[in-house]
Write a protein that binds this ligand. Sequence first.
Ligand code: FAD
Length: 343
Amino acid sequence: MSSSKRRLRPPLRVTGRIPPVEASGAPREFEVAIGEAIPAPEAFGASFEEMPASEGLELGAGLEGDPAVSFRRTLGMFATGVTVLTTRVAEQVHGMTANAFMSVSLSPPLVLISIDRRAKMGALLHEGTRFGVSVLEARQTDLSDRFAGRISDAVPEPTFEIVHETPLVEGALAHLVARVVRSYWGGDHSLFLGQVEFARYGEGRPLLFHGGRYERLTEDPRVFSSLPAELLDPILALGRERSYGDGDVIMTLGEPGDELMLVLEGSVRVRKPGLDVALGAGELMGEIEVLDPGGGRIADITAEGPVRCLAVSRESLLTALEADPRAAIALTEVLAARFRRTP
Ligand code: FAD
C-alpha cells in the first residue's frame, strides 16, 4: 500500500528514511540471538520490590496437554490491535511487532509495552529512551510479519518517518512517540511505561490479532464475497478484464454504476466519509451498487499503481443468477442476515 497517501495529521518534525539495522557492524546490543536468555534492563522502577512466588496455574476442564500452550491460548482469546514498536540507536532503526501495548493514563499521558526478554528491542530500551508505536492498519499484515522476523521476498522494505527523533512506520493507522519513564520486571517479559510526547491518527480500520491469527473488522458491506466459490465463480466468469493506471478513477461517489468488480492485480484505494482503506487482489468493489444501480456509487475508488480488474455488468449478473438460482437464494440470505444484525 502506498503509505504516503494516507491522511494523517502532519508530523511535528522532519520526514526521512533511516537505514535498517544491519547484521554486521551493529551495536553490541543488536547481537542477540532469539532463544538466548538476556537479563532484563537494570533500571527497574521503584515499584518493583521482589519477585512474586511461583504458584501453580490451574487450568479449566478440557484443557489437557501442555499447560503453557493452554495458558497462551487462553490469553489469545483477548483480541488486540497490532503495533510495530521502533527505536533508534545512532542512525540505525530497530523495529518489532507487538500486541502487548496498552493505554495507561490520560493525564499524564502514559502507555505500557511488554517485551520478551529475549527480544533485541528489550536491550535497546531503558529509562530515558524514546520508542515509537505504529498502530497497523487492517491490510498491513506483511509489515507485522516482517517486524516479527517472518520476512518473505514479497514484503517491500518499510520506510520510516522521524518524529521527535523517533522512527515511525509510514502508512500506519496511528502513531505515538513515548519516552520510557519506568521499566519493570515482568517475568519472561520486561514492562516499559512510556510518557507520550506525540500522538496522531488517520482514517481506516485496524489490523486485529486474536487466537494467534490476524483478523479484521467485518462490518464493511460484503455481499458477494460471502458466497461460496462454487456460487461466486460462475458469476465472475462472465466478467470482462479492464486495466487502470496509477491514479485512475475506477468509481466515483454518487455517480451511477451497475458493475461489480473484482481486483485481479494491484491495489485500489476506497474512500468515503469515515473510511479510507486499500483493497487488493481477490477483493470485490461495487457489491451493493450492482444490486441497487439507482442508488449511485457509495465510495470513490482510485487505482494505486497499475491495476487489473474483472468487471461484471448487472446484466451478466442477472444471467448468472437465472442460470443458478441457488446463488440468488444465497445472496438473499446474506442480506437478510445483515438486516437482522442492524440495530
Ligand atoms: P528481530 O527479531 O531481529 O527483528 C524483528 C524483525 O524486524 C526482523 O525480521 C528484522 O529484520 C526486522 N527489522 C527490524 N528493524 C528493521 C528495520 N529498520 N528495517 C526493516 N526491518 C527491520 N513480542 C514481544 O516481546 N511482545 C509482544 O507484545 C509481541 N507481540 C507480537 C504480536 C504479533 C502479532 C506477532 C506476530 C509477534 C509478536 N511478538 C511480540 C514477537 C516479536 O515480534 C518477535 O519475537 C520479534 O522478532 C522480536 O524482535 P526483536 O526485537 O528480537 O528483533
